[in-house]
Design a protein. Structure first.
Lengths: 391, 310
């Protein structure tokens, strides 16, 4: 168990800067997810922690040790790879035993046949076998121990890869998109399992993913990365409800956050399709962007609410219906989640409709920086106040 | 009235089925015919002819031949020259196969781990494979000349009197084996290079995370097992090529001195084209074919299972 501290790390591959001055502190026993689209540098950051890449600048500390220039072997971290990277010629048992053999046995003791005859080897080999069995039992993969990876399903391979990482009780687990090769159903299941594993082991986990559902459901904290920078580090709640800037707000959340361009006139924001009563911490006359999540807005009869538009598309998800409302002149429709009611659909494509944007409004300036919201229509003081506090 | 309609439609549909299958198979055979004819003419036919000749007393240019059953093979079993050439061939292969495989693998690993001049090294080591072995054998003959050869002059300069490499009974076969390794390892190197490229980088990273830090540990844990299929192929190809040794023997030693470099194909050549005993030469060829077949069968039946891990 150990904390991980990344200090001002930069890394370029040739001309391409992959990480730009990244700093991140991960507490002992914490589950931190590096979340970002492909190419944002999240995997490179993980590989820097692992020691598979060397940083151009900056430092990496694991526990009390500066490991910046140490090889992977000396860092006491274990990694689960996206495609598992199991040794295809070894059985599951042998795969899981490799990290222990490498650390506990001498070079001669690792030799086939004669190795086990050397003094002391027998005891060590028995201890290794016991450890592998114990972890296999924990992961419920004992029946697979004599098989080769080629004979396993994707989910089984994933477990073996986790087992190989677990068996030597590392100070931290690094996981590079471990669920992305599994089918959707298994992925949801493994999400829970990995979260439970983290609770059981109480070890530091650093988890890389581009899937925000994984990040939101499993993490203590999420680090949102984009273009080689960490944009925001916070709890899943914080990055969803209180994004630091437009990029985070846009990346996190599905469906995407609704964004409207408008101009603040001192009392409200005027945008195509309507006006949103909101007080901002900026001077009147500034161009701003107002964002709101699909579940915080509600639909209203035509002529009421803050915005006017027409229903462009309906997505029935079973539990909810996503209503796409085309607000005049905006390119992307505004998406509003409403509870679905059995029987007759309440809306039809083409209906004119009003939208109440609600009180959880986020405001950004033209460069995407978050603006403080002072007051949203005077209806819900508590929400507005909390938003001011966050901003 | 559905029944007649169905029957009618059935008849209508059934009619083109037979001709269609016929047309398809005719087309397939027509398209395959050139290859089939060529293979029958160039590969299968001659092989069968040789096998047939092995059971006759045919002499090159003779008007008639006699069916003598296993006579040729009985003679072979009592022919000391044949046993000598068979054991020489096996000894030659026993040196050349491990030598050229190890050197090929070593060169491939060095080239793969290096950063500069990779294309240069690849080309240099591959030259012996591409060059005509007969021409190269003549170059070797000059180099190994006891009087003015480069090898002995070099040895002389450090005070060692070099032997007569190709005329010393206990030495000549080993010298030929060294030339064989020199000629073959470049080919093996290219195959190993291709094999090395196809090993997933990720496995090396997994090995690094698992604590394999030295080059030897990486080789033992990842490279060597992952090269299994390539190594098997290289060993089989090297063995077959070693069994085929002929050019260097014909140019450099002619089987001498005192039959110490007599090998299967050279015996076959001598019997067939110097003494014109075609039937007897065919019998030697059959033995040679069985040897090659044995290697191939061992590869396919026994070894393949051990190097493919799926």
């Amino acid at each position: 168990m150990a904390s991980i501290s990344i200090g001002s790390v930069s890394k370029s591959f040739g001309e391409v800067a992959v990480l730009r001055d990244v700093s991140l502190d991960i507490a002992d026993g914490e589950f931190v997810t590096l979340l970002g689209p492909s190419g944002c540098g999240k995997s490179t950051l993980l590989r820097l922690i692992a020691g598979l890449e060397a940083a151009d600048a900056g430092s990496v500390r694991i526990g009390d040790t500066d490991v910046t220039s140490l090889p992977p072997r000396s860092r006491d971290v274990a990694m689960v790879f996206q495609s598992y990277a199991l040794y295809p010629h070894l059985t599951v048992f042998e795969n899981m035993a490799v990290p222990l053999r490498m650390r506990r046995l001498g070079t001669l003791q690792r030799l086939p046949l004669i190795g086990s005859l050397l003094p002391g080897a027998r005891l060590k080999l028995d201890a290794i076998a016991a450890d592998v069995q114990r972890v296999a039992a924990q992961l419920d993969i004992q029946p697979l121990l004599s098989r080769k990876p080629g004979q396993l399903s994707g989910g089984q391979r994933q477990r073996v890869a986790v087992g190989r990482a677990m068996v030597r009780e590392p100070a931290a687990f690094l996981m590079d998109e471990p669920l992305s090769n599994l089918d959707a159903k298994l992925r949801v299941h493994m999400r829970t399992e990995i979260a439970q594993l983290h609770r059981t082991l109480a070890t530091t986990f650093v988890y890389v993913t581009h899937d925000q559902a994984e990040a939101m459901t499993m993490s203590d904290r999420v680090a949102v990365m984009l273009g080689g920078r960490v944009l925001q580090v916070g709890t899943p709640d914080a990055i969803y409800h209180d994004p630091a800037n437009l990029a985070v707000a846009e990346f996190v959340g599905s469906p995407r956050i609704n964004l409207l361009n408008g101009r603040f006139d001192g009392e409200c924001v005027r945008c195509p399709g309507g006006r949103i009563a909101v007080k901002l911490e900026v001077a009147a006359g500034q161009d701003v962007r107002i964002g709101f999540r699909c579940e915080s807005a509600t639909l209203a009869p035509d002529g009421e609410g803050d915005l006017r538009g027409e229903v462009a598309h309906l997505e029935n998800l079973g539990s909810d219906v996503l209503v796409h409302v085309r607000v005049s002149a905006s390119k992307a429709p505004v998406v509003i989640r409403t509870a679905s009611s059995p029987g007759v659909g309440r809306f039809r494509v083409g209906d004119a409709i009003g939208v109440r944007t609600g009180h959880r409004l986020l405001a950004f300036d033209r460069d995407g920086a978050r603006l403080g919201v002072l007051h949203t229509g005077g209806l819900d003081e508590a929400t507005a106040a909390s938003q001011v506090a966050h901003a | 009235m559905p029944e007649p309609t169905l029957a009618l439609r059935g008849a209508f549909l059934a009619r083109p089925v037979l001709p269609k299958a016929f047309v398809q198979s005719t087309t397939a055979w027509t398209l395959a015919a050139p290859a089939v004819v060529l293979m029958a003419l160039m590969l299968v036919g001659p092989t069968l002819a040789v096998v047939a000749l092995a059971f006759t007393d045919y002499q090159l240019g003779a008007q008639s031949l006699e069916w003598i059953g296993l006579g040729n093979f009985r003679d072979l079993a009592n022919d000391r020259t044949f046993w000598k050439s068979l054991s020489n061939t096996l000894l030659y292969a026993a040196i050349v196969v491990p030598g050229s495989v190890a050197l090929g693998l070593g060169a491939a690993l060095l080239i793969e781990s290096g950063t500069s001049l990779r294309a240069f090294y690849r080309a240099v080591f591959f030259i012996p494979v591409m060059s005509t072995l007969i021409a190269m054998a003549i170059a070797w003959e000059f180099m190994l000349h006891p009087g003015f050869g480069l090898v002995n002059l070099a040895l002389k300069s450090v005070g060692i009197a070099g032997p007569n490499w190709l005329r010393t009974e206990g030495l000549a076969l080993y010298v030929l084996a060294v030339i064989g390794i020199w000629q073959q390892f470049g080919f093996n190197m290219v195959l190993f290079l291709a094999g090395l490229v196809s090993i997933p980088r990720l496995l090396y990273e997994a090995a690094a995370m698992d604590g394999a830090s030295s080059a030897w540990e990486r080789f033992r844990l990842v490279t060597w097992p992952m090269l299994g299929p390539v190594t098997l192929f290289v060993v089989v190809i090297s063995a077959i090529r070693a069994f085929q040794v002929f050019d260097t023997v014909a140019v450099l030693t002619k089987g001498g001195p005192n039959k110490s470099t007599e090998v299967l194909l050279y015996s076959m050549y001598a019997e067939g084209f110097e003494f014109f005993r075609s039937g007897y030469a065919s019998a030697i060829t059959v033995v040679f074919l069985l040897l090659v077949l044995a290697v191939t069968v061992i590869k396919a039946r026994v070894m393949e299972k051990r190097v493919h891990y799926a």
